[in-house]
Design a protein around this ligand. Structure first.
Ligand code: ADP
Ligand code: ADP
Length: 226
């Protein structure tokens, strides 16, 4: 089954805004996929629904064949989310942020410590493991968010505008970490409004505008049409 299968997905917020208007989308296992679109297109809404933070109005979402509405818990365990805002405690150390996060998901401490070392190394943060997180650079903080999301070993990693507002060097650091995670077997979906980011990283792309998918294609094909 695909990593993600979305059928007829609609979202109406309580204020009447229809953020998604019948989305159909499929993402293959192992893919690195971009959801590209302007502000207000519905990208965050899509990500919120896939990660079970937002309730859908109509349609269906399956993650690796697990239906989000019928088996919410099982679907949630397959998905890791990297939110846009830095939301960890800046007075904790990276190692503690990761181990405590794993503990919240019922992962025992010994396993959590092994994973934390692996994830901090993969995110190029191992040498910062015992620093106070407040002292990390902006790029390091964002990579720490990625390492934290990987602690539960999600099959599908979702990132909401991972590099919005960060400069190009920081963006490149993050790209390298994400490419490694994808090479190691995790399917990645990110939202972005930078075509360059989608172009650098992603094999397949869907363009979303005003709640509808206007194009879905391999990145190479899309670039040929621009
Ligand atoms: P849901 O239908 O998923 O429960 P709601 O419509 O209840 O979502 O809104 C969730 C929260 O988002 C509310 O606190 C609301 O005030 C806030 N919100 C409302 N409009 C917007 C908007 N345009 N962009 C972002 N957040 C909004
Ligand atoms: P994007 O991530 O592409 O910028 P969003 O999913 O945040 O798009 O927003 C899509 C539309 O839904 C916009 O019109 C936005 O104002 C509206 N919206 C987003 N969140 C909420 C909310 N919680 N309540 C009401 N409207 C919302």
């Amino acid at each position: 089954s695909p990593a993600l299968r979305v059928r007829g997905l609609t979202k109406r917020y309580d204020n009447g805004v229809q953020a998604l208007k019948g989305i159909d989308l499929e993402v293959a296992p192992g893919d690195f996929f971009a959801l590209l679109g302007p502000n207000g297109a519905g990208k965050s809404t899509m990500i919120g629904i896939i990660s079970s933070l937002v309730n859908l109005s109509e349609g269906s979402v399956e993650v690796f064949g697990v239906d989000l509405q019928q088996q919410r818990g099982a679907a949630m365990r397959l998905v890791g989310l990297v939110p846009q805002e830095i939301n960890f405690n800046l007075f904790e150390k990276p190692i503690d942020i990761l181990v405590n996060y794993a503990g919240f998901y019922g992962i025992d401490r010994a396993t959590a410590l092994v994973r934390a070392e692996e994830e901090l190394k993969r995110a190029h943060l191992w040498e910062k493991a015992h620093m106070i997180s407040r002292t990390l650079s902006g790029g390091m903080k964002r990579r720490l968010m990625i390492a934290r999301a990987m602690m539960t070993r999600p099959q599908l990693l979702i990132l909401d505008e991972p590099t919005a507002g960060v400069d190009i060097e920081i963006r490149r650091d993050m790209w390298r970490v994400l490419e490694q995670i994808n090479r190691d077997g995790t399917t990645i979906i990110l939202t972005t409004h930078y075509l360059e980011e989608a172009e650098q990283l992603c094999r397949n792309v869907a363009i979303i505008d005003r709640g509808q998918i206007v194009q879905q294609a391999p990145m190479r094909e899309l670039l040929a049409t621009l």
